[in-house]
Design a protein around this ligand. Sequence first.
Ligand code: EPZ
Length: 417
Amino acid sequence: MDKFEIHGGAPLEGGIAVSGAKNSALPALAACLLTADPVVLDRIPPVRDIHTMEKLLEHAGARVTIEGEQVTVEADAVQNAEAPYDLVKTMRASSLVLGPLVARCGRARVSVPGGCAIGARPINLHVAGLEQLGATVRQEHGYIEAEAPHGLEGAEVHFDRITVTGTEDLMMAAVLARGETVIHNAAREPEVVDLAALLTKMGARIEGAGTSVIRIQGVAKLRGARHAIIADRIETGTFLIAGAITRGDLHVTCCEPDHLRAFIAKLRSAGVEVSEPVPGTLRVRCGPKLRSVDVTTEEHPGFPTDLQAQFMALMTRAEGISIITETIFENRFMHAQELARMGANIRLEGRQAMVAGPMPLSGAQVIASDLRASASLVLAGLAAQGETVIDRVYHIDRGYDRIEAKLARVGARIRRL
Ligand code: EPZ
């Protein structure tokens, strides 16, 4: 099992490039099941979760060709409308094939994704949405069996709560349904907008992506297309904090600042200097004093839950008390006890974490628990005095493309063991 060894204290300087967004590439790959024509996707990050999704598509019968960051999917025949347990257990976002398989094949058999470290994460809202489009869905032997032998019928769907992949799953089902589907309380994430852009290139008729009401006119068939995935806003935010926590001077390139306005505003109120020297580049420097600020995670366009752990690492270095409230997942503070082992002063009460600073962080042996928690530990290691060893870094490989190589190129003393 790979580990990272980090010697903290080096300020990061220079340019660091962001990859394509994992959470946009996953639904985009699933959308390839909706057409028999080839779909060419550019800027697909070669991270573990993407590899798992590619295996899922091949299991369904599609041909997947990978050339660097370009992936071509040819789903001319989908013989096996199934997402098996051994693949779904490694990546819960496999539920993204549910909508496309029902829309394309009239049925789907998807292993129920177990919970994960950060919460129960059921997919009841995905199922309810498909049922409103006319599918019959039952669950047995750990599998969801959805059937729509006569195709799907458009409907008005109201999500009880905002769900990103639920919105994406339903969009991909509705584009081939008969008639109009209106999704109310839809997720507004940039990744939802990116999926709608791809589906539109494939011939779908979608309005309102990026707002909480998405209107879809079903069409009979979709065609192939070529599409470049948006930049990864979470990787961007992670690198901005890396520059700030090491008091460096970092240019984060190939990014989309408009996808991170709430997060950038929080960094600035904490005393971090963030500027946009040229389009697609964010420059980050940290003033002498970091101020503690309160943060509450929200659905987009609010402060992203996927940057909460990383921001907590930064707040351990800030003057005063920072109250971090996690509203999206019920158990997303596991990084706190590992940060405490490095000297952080954090008190947890339900959905809130109180971070008192500034605390000098010292290197320690720590264990990654989930994707973004492990990113938080890397950031703390970069700022800590002495050596940090992070175990189970396969978590971080799920969502970051060779993060240690990218960080080392801008001065971090980090290596993979
Ligand atoms: C997406 O997960 C992202 N993953 C997550 O990123 C991200 O943290 C999350 O959205 C929130 O922004 C991908 O896009 C692949 P949700 P998703 O459905 O869609 C509850 C990362 O680090 N819920 O918006 O699974 C759910 O339990 C990952 O890259 C239901 O109750 O999240 C959660 O509390 C982690 N029933 C809340 O809604 C459902 O049917 C939001 O979940 C669906 C969700």
